[in-house]
Design a protein around this ligand. Structure first.
Ligand code: HEM
Length: 334
């Protein structure tokens, strides 16, 4: 048995490279930045933006910080696109432009979306409301872009990724834009407690619905990629998924703790400090899930077909349904 495990991991090593996993991780971070900023603006700060009282100033500052995180996410999408295309150009010995245009209309649509996201978040960061609206509509179009393929399963991976970003990406923005503003100078004790409580109470319903979608799409994509249940304990892909699911369980438990135990007590400064600490812990474990997922999607899934990989790495297994830019570069469509 240990000998078999060794052989399986050796087989996996042939397929996985640090560069590919790092590229995946950048792609996930870009989604967290973009959809996290949108989730924060449209859900967490939604009704708070109408506040003309003491929260007006911190809300505006938090919104601006969220836009900056959105810009960073969109720029990471550009980085991902460029690295993926240059690797593909080198592999196929074609120019960068040829590599970029090889994906046809869908690829052009994705590039247009990314450019639009950068511009609209820039406008949002200088407090132009139209910027947020364009970013929201572009994010929606980008999430659903696989619909044009006519294959419903193509939507599963992008929706899984968007659901993860709407839950944990929004948590990230809540932490780095919302709570960081609440704890900055200029926000006083009682005002801070109220601001944090208002934000967290609006975050919870979004987190809950996104977590449900994440679970449904996660089980669907796992079922498609594993083919047989015993792949869970007989293949490197299955091992990576097992480890990922263990850490996912920790993230879910921490999320439930924050929601049921910490959030109801919010309102004063002390509880605001507590939620900041526990949200940071939840996000740290979410980062581990993303690292594990970067490894998972770089491994061949236990499907029957054998396909050439991108970035010069051959891969086996069922093609992955996804339509993010990096998948266009490394996951050939069926
Ligand atoms: C904290 C919870 C979770 C997070 C943050 C998360 C995140 C992600 C992300 C970002 C991807 C990449 C999607 C893509 O390549 O387009 C992914 C892939 C995947 N996720 Fe999750 N996920 C979570 C929970 C789950 C659960 C509960 C399951 C299964 C029950 C699951 C199964 C999978 C599988 C099988 C893939 C790989 C798909 C492939 O090989 O292309 N995930 N996950």
């Amino acid at each position: 048995m240990p000998y078999n495990v060794l052989l399986l991991l050796q087989e996996a090593e042939e397929h996985i490279t640090f560069g590919r996993a790092a590229l995946e991780f950048i792609g996930f971070l870009s989604f967290f930045g973009v959809y996290g900023a949108l989730g924060f603006h449209f859900q967490v700060l939604r009704s708070l933006r109408g506040d003309n009282g003491s929260l007006r100033d911190p809300v505006q500052r938090a919104d601006q910080r969220a836009a900056v995180i959105g810009i960073t996410g969109a720029l990471l999408m550009v980085v991902n696109l460029v690295i993926g295309a240059s690797a593909r150009a080198a592999q196929k010995n074609v120019s960068m432009m040829e590599a970029l245009s090889a994906g046809g209309g869908r690829q052009v649509f994705q590039i247009a979306c990314i450019v639009l996201l950068v511009i609209s978040f820039l406008l949002a960061s200088v407090r132009l409301r139209a910027g947020w609206i364009v970013a929201g509509l572009t994010g929606l179009a980008y999430a659903l872009r696989a619909i044009t393929s006519g294959r419903w399963f193509s939507l599963v991976n992008p929706l899984h990724e968007v659901a993860a970003s709407l839950w944990l990406g929004t948590l990230m923005v809540l932490l780095f834009a919302g709570l960081s503003t609440a704890f900055s100078g200029g926000v006083k004790g009682e005002q801070r407690g109220r601001f944090v409580a208002e934000m967290v109470s609006r975050f919870s319903p979004l987190a809950l619905s996104a977590a449900v979608l994440l679970g449904i799409t996660g089980v669907t994509t796992a079922w498609r990629h594993l083919k047989h249940v015993n792949s869970l304990w007989t293949t490197p892909y299955g091992y990576a998924l097992d480890v990922k699911l263990c850490v996912v369980a920790i993230v879910v438990a921490l999320g439930a703790w924050n929601w049921r135990r910490v959030a109801p007590r919010l309102g004063d400064e002390e509880s605001a400090v507590t939620i900041r600490r526990s949200a940071t812990t939840e996000l740290s474990f979410a980062a581990i899930v993303l690292v594990l997922t970067s490894v998972l999607v770089s491994l061949p899934s236990p499907g029957p077909t054998r396909r050439p990989g991108v970035l010069g790495v051959p891969r086996t297994g069922a093609p992955r349904d996804s339509s993010s830019t990096r998948h266009e570069t490394r996951k050939p469509a069926t």
